[in-house]
Write a protein that binds this ligand. Structure first.
Ligand code: ATP
Length: 993
């Protein structure tokens, strides 16, 4: 973890403070006070508490700012799928990222070359055939982090580099190692590699889509789990052994075989299980699933019948049907090629072990006793094919061989129990080894071995363990983890430095705390293990004598860093492992290390009538001591039986040789909570595992170098805005240099390689802050421009609207003007017509007046004539004619009056109508129509006028006719007058005559 200058701690800076419950809690710097040498920083935590840090600049520079809280990453990095892309690579950042992702249901996260897998404790849909196919052919990083990506990576590396591969899966019990290893196996067995030529693809595929050998490899899982897994408090299906499975490929990349190597099977479980735990599954399966006849033969009953099965008090596992599991185991054994007959021999041996456990050992006067008729003893020896009496004898007695004689001594009950259990453990361990051997022979025979071109190994091994009470098992497990951690560190640094060299950047060797001294302390020539072996070989050796030797050798300043004697007591020692200090109780170390079975029992077992037992003892032992190099000086009996410690050391050395000859990939499984509840994240628990699996240590080490690296393209894409646009161009490397020169003043903070830029820790966060500031500036500028643009748009819209309104208004005014003009024109026309009409009327009136005058004149004349006629006593005819004329004239007058009145009426009507039409015409919408109407009215009126004039003409003609008649009447009247005159004159003459 690198420290950061005080400048980085600006107001608002997010940091982390340790928290008892959450591991770390986030806080923000709310005030920073630097006066002279004094520094006062006040932080406000997320849960509302103030934290004040008061220090001095001198102190800070001395401690390299160690007092300052670790910095929190910018939000965009906080759920990064690779921890190495975090700018501040510190413990809280790592924890927070894994936690954030886990709560987002992302169980996988990369930490550089490591895949961190956080157990979901729930079935997740991440392992379907579609997903398997999706990862096929993809490079790591192309898709979300996944166990398949690691498997694919290993496969591709094997093809590309023609190098064997190893995937190391580690983690504490229940973290998901076996689950991950099985997903990897399934991936290889069922992936359909697109790059593989069609003719070699799964040529001998079965109905499952897998080849026969792939099915066999998958079948190893139920077998190994039945015989090597058990229910523990931490995991219902806990593997009680380490396993390295080599999946073997031929030159066509077909899986052609497999080979299993196992490590340190927990033998003690066979004879003792802590509360709530179980023995190996196979025993419960056998009791639940064996047919009645077999049960009878093997004298089996319910599991509660057996001491070795009922000590934990937990015979069943929720959700697990042991009888059904028994069937699965049998099927798997058949798939591997173990005949039904052999299978029942295996089960017979298992039954015999259960009966051994039931042999009752009593004690009398400090001497162990076993009844001759003990049913369990009889059944066990019957099933094992050994002599009951001999077996009984060597259960309660032991033989001490000296140079001169053999002495037989009684054992007490406790010792006898140890002997009984050691025989059972020995047989079971050999059975287990034999099974592994058979599986290997079946999956990788000589023929296969000849064609193996490369392999991918999957190491499913127990992670670092530290409990309240730690014993031999934890010691071996932690020793293995020390070895693996060393390999991991070396690998990471090798890779790291290879990359620095490849990228041609200046680098100095990064110092890291190598755990070699700790390994040396354990496995060295005069190390803890060799002292243990030595003590185990001494007949008088005890745990405490061994412990004292340890103190003598290692409780000194030279070893202080890795070995300590506890302050109280003399029965334990502390080893400072890379992950944790662990205190080991020495009790039973020797016993467990020796794991001895008395020679008498060995001999007895060797002489068995049960051929299968003989077979497993021969083959099993062969595996159990592969690399043991017995010391020739030691007694022959002991030399034959290497200690468990030496076996483990030898197998571990061999494993490390294998691993070191391969290209290694790492999966660290994390158990997020103790109660096995889905999606529950207990930060403290995860933190301790991250420490234990070396993730935090690796991160700490990688921070010493250049932990963050970006390709030029990636870098330019994210940070191009940090420089002016005139620098932007297609040459990304050049642009990177410009950005870096401009942004980072201290050249030690980064290095430019051939394809990448390497940054010191914290630099990305710094660049992110610059980027954010720049974006904020841009945002302000954009806001300004946007506001201008918006106002401009609004102004333009307003202007356009105003112009439109103005145009509309003008149009409306013009329209009304037009309307007015049109109305005016119509009025003029009406007036013109009206005037014409009036003129016509006047003319007619004048004409009528003339006629009237004429009539009057004529009347006067006629009247004068009539008067003359009257006066002259005109004839009655003339008078009557005259009266008739008067009557006609009156009639005519009346008629004319009527006509006049009618025309007046019509005129009034026309005027009213015209007025109405005018009103109508004034309405805008009907203007045209009304004007048409008016025109029509005018036309109609004109027509009326014409009709009237026609009528007038008729009247005129009639008047003329009347005039001519009057004329004729006048003429006749004049004639009549002349006649009357003539008549008068004749009358006068006559009278004169
Ligand atoms: N990826 C996963 N998806 C769903 N469940 C899982 C996953 N990984 C682990 N588990 C669950 O966690 C349980 C414990 O896992 P597993 O047995 O693999 O742990 P382990 O690390 O091998 O433990 P041990 O060291 O005790 O053998 C499994 O039985 C399974 O229920």
């Amino acid at each position: 973890m690198t420290s950061h200058s005080l400048d980085v701690y600006g107001k608002g800076t997010a940091v982390w403070f340790p928290d008892v419950k959450e591991g770390w809690t986030s806080a923000q710097l709310v005030s920073k006070d630097v006066s002279g040498d004094n520094v006062k920083l006040t932080f406000l935590t997320d849960d509302g508490k103030d934290v004040v840090i008061g220090t001095t600049l001198t102190k800070l520079s001395k401690t390299n700012n160690a007092e300052l809280p670790p910095l929190r990453n910018p939000p965009m990095l906080e759920s990064a799928d690779d921890l190495t892309s975090l700018s501040y690579l510190n413990e809280p950042a790592v924890l927070h990222t894994i936690r954030t992702r886990y709560l987002q249901r992302n169980i996988y996260t990369y930490s550089g070359i490591v895949l961190i897998a956080t157990n979901p404790f729930q079935s997740v849909s991440l392992y379907t055939q579609d997903i398997i196919q999706a990862y096929s052919g993809k490079r790591r990083g192309e898709l979300e982090p996944h166990v398949f990506a690691i498997a694919e990576d290993a496969y591709r590396a094997m093809l590309r580099d023609e190098q064997n591969q190893t995937i190391v899966v580690s983690g504490e019990s229940g973290a998901g190692k076996t689950a991950s290893a099985k997903f990897i196996m399934r991936y290889f067995a069922s992936v359909d590699d697109k790059d593989r030529s069609q003719d070699v693809k799964k040529s001998n595929a079965t109905t499952s889509g897998m080849s026969e050998v792939e099915e066999q490899i998958m079948a190893t899982n139920p077998i190994m789990e039945s015989f090597g897994n058990a229910k523990t408090t931490r995991n219902d299906n806990s593997s009680r052994f380490g396993k390295y499975l080599e999946i073997q490929f031929d030159k066509n990349q077909n899986i052609i075989g497999a080979r299993i190597r196992t490590y340190l099977l927990e033998r003690s479980r066979l004879v003792y299980q802590p509360e709530t735990e179980r023995n190996y599954h196979i025993f419960y399966q056998l009791c639940a699933g064996a047919p009645p006849s077999e049960k009878k033969n093997l004298e089996l009953g319910d599991f509660t019948q057996f001491h070795y099965l009922k000590q934990g008090g937990s015979g069943t596992i929720p959700g697990v049907d042991d009888a059904a599991e028994f069937e699965t185991t049998q099927k798997a054994l058949s798939v591997i090629g173990i005949t039904i007959q052999t299978q029942w021999q295996i089960f017979k041996l298992c039954a015999a072990l259960l009966h051994i456990g039931n042999i009752e050992i009593t004690e009398s006067r400090n001497t162990a006793m076993v009844s001759e008729t003990d049913q369990a003893l009889v059944t066990a020896t019957k099933l094992l094919g050994i002599k009951t009496a001999d077996f009984r004898k060597w259960l309660v007695k032991k033989q001490i061989v000296t140079k001169s004689e053999k002495i037989v001594k009684d054992l007490n009950a406790q010792q006898a129990n140890v002997v009984r259990d050691s025989v059972a453990k020995y047989i079971y361990a050999n059975l287990f080894d034999w099974l592994v051997n058979v599986i290997n022979e079946s999956l990788s025979n000589e023929e296969v071995a000849k064609n193996v071109s490369s392999f991918i190994g999957v190491l499913d091994i127990y992670g670092f363990e530290h409990f309240k009470k730690n014993s031999f098992e934890q010691f071996c497990i932690n020793y293995a983890n020390e070895k693996l951690q060393q390999q991991f560190n070396q690998h990471v640094f090798k890779l790291e430095q290879e990359e620095y060299v490849r990228e041609k950047i200046n680098w100095t060797f990064i110092e890291f705390s190598d755990n070699q001294p700790c390994i040396e302390l354990i496995e060295g020539k005069i190390g803890i293990l060799s002292l243990l072996d030595e003590e185990s070989r001494f007949p008088a050796g005890t745990d405490s004598s061994w412990c004292n030797k340890l103190y003598q050798h290692f409780d000194n300043p030279t070893h202080k860093k890795y070995f300590q004697k506890p302050r109280f007591g003399n029965s334990s020692f502390i080893i400072s492992h890379y992950a944790h200090d662990v205190e080991y109780e020495v009790e039973n170390f020797l016993e467990k290390n020796k794991d001895t079975v008395p020679d008498e029992h060995l001999a007895l077992l060797k002489n068995t009538d049960f051929e299968f037992l003989d077979d497993i003892l021969t083959k099993g032992s062969a595996i159990a001591a592969p690399a043991a190099k017995p010391d020739a000086k030691r007694s022959s009996v002991i030399a034959k039986k290497p200690t468990l410690g030496s076996i483990f050391k030898a197998s571990l050395i061999s494993l490390m040789e294998t691993i070191n000859s391969t290209n290694v990939h790492y999966i660290r499984c994390i158990k997020p909570n103790e109660v096995k509840v889905a999606w529950k994240f207990e930060p403290q628990m995860v933190l301790s595992q991250l420490r234990a699996c070396g993730v935090l240590e690796t991160i700490r080490i990688s921070c010493a170098g250049y932990p963050s690296r970006w390709t030029f393209d990636e870098f330019v894409q994210r940070y191009y805005m940090l420089v002016r646009s005139k620098h932007w161009g297609p040459d990304t490397k050049k642009l990177c240099s410009v950005i870096l020169d401009d942004s980072i003043k201290d050249p030690d903070k980064y290095q430019v390689g051939i394809t990448k830029i390497f940054f010191r820790s914290g630099m990305l966060a710094y660049l992110e802050r610059l980027r954010l500031d720049r974006l904020n500036e841009c945002v302000t500028l954009m806001q300004k421009n946007m506001l201008r643009h918006m106002h401009q748009k609004r102004y333009q819209a307003l202007k356009a609207s105003t112009i439109k309104i103005q145009a509309l208004y003008r149009r409306r005014v013009a329209m009304s003007e037009l309307k007015r003009l049109r109305e005016e024109k119509a009025a003029i026309t009406i007036q013109k017509n009206w005037r014409r009409y009036i003129q016509r009327k006047q003319y007619l009136r004048a004409k009528k007046a003339i006629h009237k005058l004429q009539t009057v004149v004529r009347g006067v004349i006629a009247r004068q004539k009539f008067e003359v006629l009257c006066r002259n006593a005109a004839s009655t005819k003339i008078q009557s004619v005259y009266r008739g004329w008067v009557a006609r004239r009156d009639y005519k007058m009346t008629l004319k009056r009527i006509i006049y009145i009618q025309s007046c009426l019509r005129r009034r009507l026309a005027r009213a109508e015209l007025k109405a039409l005018k009103v109508e015409a004034r309405s805008a919408s009907h203007y045209k129509e009304v004007s048409y109407k008016l025109e029509n009215k005018v036309i109609e009126l004109t027509q009326n006028l014409e009709q009237k004039s026609q009528e007038n003409k008729t009247l005129e003609t009639k008047t003329l006719a009347l005039e001519s008649q009057i004329k004729s009447w006048i003429e006749r009247y004049e004639k009549l007058e002349s006649d009357s005159n003539n008549f008068k004159s004749s009358t006068k003459q006559n009278s004169s005559n």
